[in-house]
Write a protein that binds this ligand. Structure first.
Ligand code: ATP
Length: 339
């Protein structure tokens, strides 16, 4: 049966690069055997998610999200709750493209990214569930989380990552601690913290050193709790991140792996949560890791072996293949033993 692909592309992501590349991307998908169609995303919140869900229920085998992390997040939110989920392809044309960095998919090169899909290598990636929403790369909470909403999209497009850095520097003096309760696999933390991060990949805000131990598809989040809200100390910690990841052993940080997290703010304080760069509501929030929930095309050869966990589906596939091979080699074995 012919496979069907739906390309959901954000026409305004990055520098409107997709409008010029739709035909080229479709040609690569068609050559790879996909009967392909397109959906141009719209600014209305939830419209991309609704279309992804509709396409999945209509039986599309592959959804290709072309845009920034926001577009990927919406597509995944559209399919994550379904029993039969299409495969996910990614064409990164956003500003930071954290998720594509982790999967080593070429950025701002739509046809190059489509060729990764055409190569056919995919892995089971974990996604996070935060109350009733999903995220693919990172959840975070604390005062710094205002950052991503405050940076205007047109400024982001014009300045790219620099926009975050400038805005971040401006916001640091506003940092103040929140009394938090966090419960995770290895323990609980009750006390002051300025922020927490729950990461699925090692690609956070364009920096691969923040969560250096993250493994794709291992069913675990990397949890980072930053206890201090002191400006000088935070700058010190950031410097440690940038100079080789020594922050992971610092006393002012809790750095651990966990499959779940419960977060609440004490004394009725507001604790805003950010999911993949967008406001996702306030704590209390329950997070859980859904192991290898989505099959995503990736540039597997470029990802270090120790950054990808054993794959449930591949392992199962290999077992089935070897049983078939055994049967092909000795077709009458089962009858022989029956007599
Ligand atoms: N046709 C459209 N016109 C204007 N805005 C759109 C359109 N389609 C989607 N959007 C908006 O684009 C935003 C999602 O952008 P996306 O995350 O894909 O790219 P980005 O902001 O350029 O990249 P990044 O997330 O990496 O910073 C959503 O807020 C959505 O409302």
């Amino acid at each position: 049966m012919v496979k069907r692909a739906r390309l959901l592309y954000n026409p305004v992501s990055g520098h409107e690069i997709m409008e010029r590349n739709v035909a080229g991307v479709l040609a690569v998908l068609e050559d790879a055997g996909y009967e392909s169609s397109t959906f141009r995303t719209r600014p209305e919140e939830g419209s991309t998610q609704a279309e992804a869900k509709r396409a999945a229920l209509a039986g599309f085998d592959l959804l290709v999200a072309a845009g920034g992390d926001g577009t990927i997040n919406e597509v995944v939110n559209g399919i994550a709750g379904l029993k039969h989920r299409p495969m996910l392809g990614i064409i990164p044309v956003g500003t930071t493209n954290d998720y594509a960095r982790a999967l080593k998919i070429p950025r701002e090169d739509p046809v190059g990214a489509a060729k990764i899909i055409a190569k056919g290598q995919h892995i089971g990636v974990d996604i996070g569930k935060a109350n009733d929403q999903y995220f693919v790369n990172i959840a975070g909470g604390g005062n710094m989380m205002d950052l991503t909403y405050e940076v205007q999209s047109d400024v982001k497009s014009a300045l790219g990552y620099l926009a975050y850095l400038l805005k971040g520097a401006e916001m640091l003096p506003r940092m103040r601690p929140i009394q938090m309760h966090l419960a995770y696999d290895e323990g609980t933390y009750d006390g002051e913290a300025s922020m927490f991060f729950l990461s699925l990949t090692n690609s956070v805000g364009g920096l691969e050193q923040i969560a250096p131990d993250a493994v794709l598809g291992d069913g675990q989040f990397t949890l980072i709790i930053v206890k201090t809200a002191n400006l000088v100390e935070i700058v010190q910690l950031l410097t440690m991140v940038l100079t080789g990841g020594r922050h992971v052993n610092d006393d002012r940080i809790i750095y651990t792996q966990t499959k779940r997290l419960d977060v609440a703010a004490k004394h009725g304080e507001q604790l805003k949560v950010n999911l993949d760069g967008e406001y996702g509501g306030d704590a209390p929030m329950h997070f859980v890791n859904l192991k290898q929930h989505i099959q995503a095309f990736a540039n597997v050869a470029a990802i270090p072996d120790d950054a990808i966990a054993d794959q449930d589906e591949v392992v199962k596939g290999k077992l089935i293949a070897s049983v078939h091979a055994l049967h092909d080699a000795h077709p009458n074995d089962s009858e022989d033993t029956a007599h």
